[in-house]
Design a protein around this ligand. Structure first.
Ligand code: UDP
Length: 328
C-alpha cells in the first residue's frame, strides 16, 4: 500500500486519480482549494485538506507531513480560452503555485512527482500523432504555464536528482464507469458535457467553434481519452521513474472532430444535439492527436475505454444521474 498526495484531487481528473488509488487500497490525501473541485468528488476513503497552493505555509505543512510515495499535481487553472483573456493569472497562478509545490517536494525529499501537463504545448504540431520530442510551441498562456512547470521539473532533476513524470494529454473525457465521479465545471466549457447538456435541454444549443479549419469536416480534431485511462497512465508512469525522470504524451491515438462528438452524443442519448456554427475560439489549434507509443511500450498502458461512444456513454450516464452536478 502506498501513500499519495494529490493536489486538485477534488477536481475532474484528480478525483478519478484518487478513485484509482483508493481502489488499489492506497492511502490518499487530497489538497484542493475547492474553487473548481467538489468535496463530494473525494471518496470517503481519502482525506481532504482544503487549502490553496498560493499559501506557502500550508503547502510546506502538507508536503512535510509525509512520507509520500509520490505527489500528483493536478491543481491548476485549465482553460485554454480563458487563458487567452487572463494570461497573467494563468502564468502567475499555475506557474508560481506549481513551482512552490515542486520546491516544497524537493526540500521534503518526496521521491516521485507526477505533473499533469498538456497537449497545448504543441500548438502547431509538425507531425501528427505528436511524439514527446516534438517542438514545443505553447498555444496559449495555459500551455505556457505548464511549459514553465515542465522546465522547473527538468531543473529539479538536474540539480537535485528529483524524479518526475510529465504527462501531456489532450482531452480527458467521460466519467468513472462505476458512476462514482464525473465532470462538473462551473461554468462548463468542454465540448462533451456541453453537447450532452444541450441534448438534455439543460444548456443552450451548442455553438461549434468554427467549421472552416483545414480538417476532414472543417471542425477541430481532438484526442479524447477516458479519464480513467488518464488516471491509469499516471499510475503506470510512477513505476517508470525510479532511476530517471520521464515524459509521456498520452492520447487515444485517434482524433475525433467536433461533429464526431455530436454524432456520438446523439447515438448514445437517442436525442438531438441542437447546435449552431460560430466563430473560431482564440487559441484553438486545428488538430491535436498524441502518439502514446512511448507510454505503451514502456509501461504497457492501453486505453480500456478507447471508443468515442463508450467515452461519451460514461459521461452521459453520470450526467443523467447528476442533473445538477455534485450539488444535486
Ligand atoms: N468546442 C466547441 N464548442 C464548445 C466547446 C468546445 O466547438 O462549446 C470545440 C473546441 O473548439 C475544441 C473542442 O471542441 O476544438 C474541444 O474543446 P474543449 O474545450 O472541450 O477542450 P480543449 O481542446 O480546449 O482542451
Amino acid at each position: 500500500m502506498g501513500r499519495y498526495l494529490i493536489t486538485g484531487g477534488a477536481g475532474y481528473i484528480g478525483s478519478h486519480m484518487v478513485l484509482a488509488l483508493c481502489d488499489r487500497g492506497d492511502e490518499c490525501v487530497v489538497f484542493d482549494n475547492l474553487q473548481q473541485g467538489h468535496a463530494e468528488a473525494v471518496p470517503a476513503a481519502a482525506r481532504l485538506i482544503v487549502g490553496d497552493l498560493a499559501d506557502g505555509a500550508a503547502v510546506d505543512e502538507v508536503v512535510g507531513a509525509g512520507p509520500w510515495d509520490a505527489v500528483f499535481h493536478f491543481a491548476s487553472l485549465s482553460l485554454v480560452g480563458e487563458s487567452m483573456r487572463r494570461p497573467f493569472d494563468y502564468l502567475m497562478i499555475n506557474g508560481m503555485n506549481g513551482i512552490r509545490l515542486i520546491d516544497a517536494c524537493v526540500r521534503h525529499k518526496v521521491p516521485k512527482f507526477v505533473l499533469s501537463s498538456t497537449a497545448n504545448l504543441f500548438s502547431i504540431p509538425d507531425e501528427i500523432p505528436i511524439p514527446e520530442n516534438a517542438t514545443i510551441r505553447p498555444g496559449s498562456p495555459y500551455g505556457e504555464s505548464k511549459h514553465i512547470l515542465e522546465n522547473a521539473l527538468i531543473w529539479a532533476d538536474r540539480i537535485h536528482g528529483f524524479r518526475s513524470a510529465r504527462i501531456r494529454y489532450f482531452n480527458a473525457a467521460g466519467a468513472d464507469p462505476k458512476g462514482r465521479a464525473g465532470e462538473d465545471h462551473h461554468p462548463e466549457t468542454h465540448l462533451i458535457p456541453l453537447a450532452i447538456d444541450a441534448a438534455l435541454g439543460l444548456a443552450p444549443p451548442l455553438v461549434v467553434f468554427g467549421d472552416d479549419y483545414a480538417t476532414r469536416d472543417g471542425t477541430c480534431i481532438r484526442d479524447y481519452v477516458h479519464v480513467a485511462d488518464v488516471a491509469d497512465a499516471h499510475l503506470r508512469a510512477i513505476g517508470q521513474i525510479n532511476d530517471s525522470s520521464a515524459v509521456y504524451n498520452l492520447g487515444n491515438g485517434e482524433g475525433h472532430s467536433v461533429f464526431d462528438v455530436i454524432r456520438a452524443v446523439e447515438a448514445v442519448s437517442g436525442l438531438k444535439v441542437p447546435r449552431s456554427i460560430g466563430e473560431r475560439r482564440a487559441g484553438d489549434p486545428a488538430a491535436l492527436v498524441a502518439s502514446s507509443a512511448k507510454l505503451r511500450t514502456e509501461t504497457g498502458w492501453r486505453p480500456r475505454y478507447a471508443d468515442l461512444e463508450t467515452i461519451v456513454a460514461t459521461a452521459f450516464q453520470w450526467r443523467k444521474g447528476h442533473l445538477k452536478g455534485y450539488a444535486g
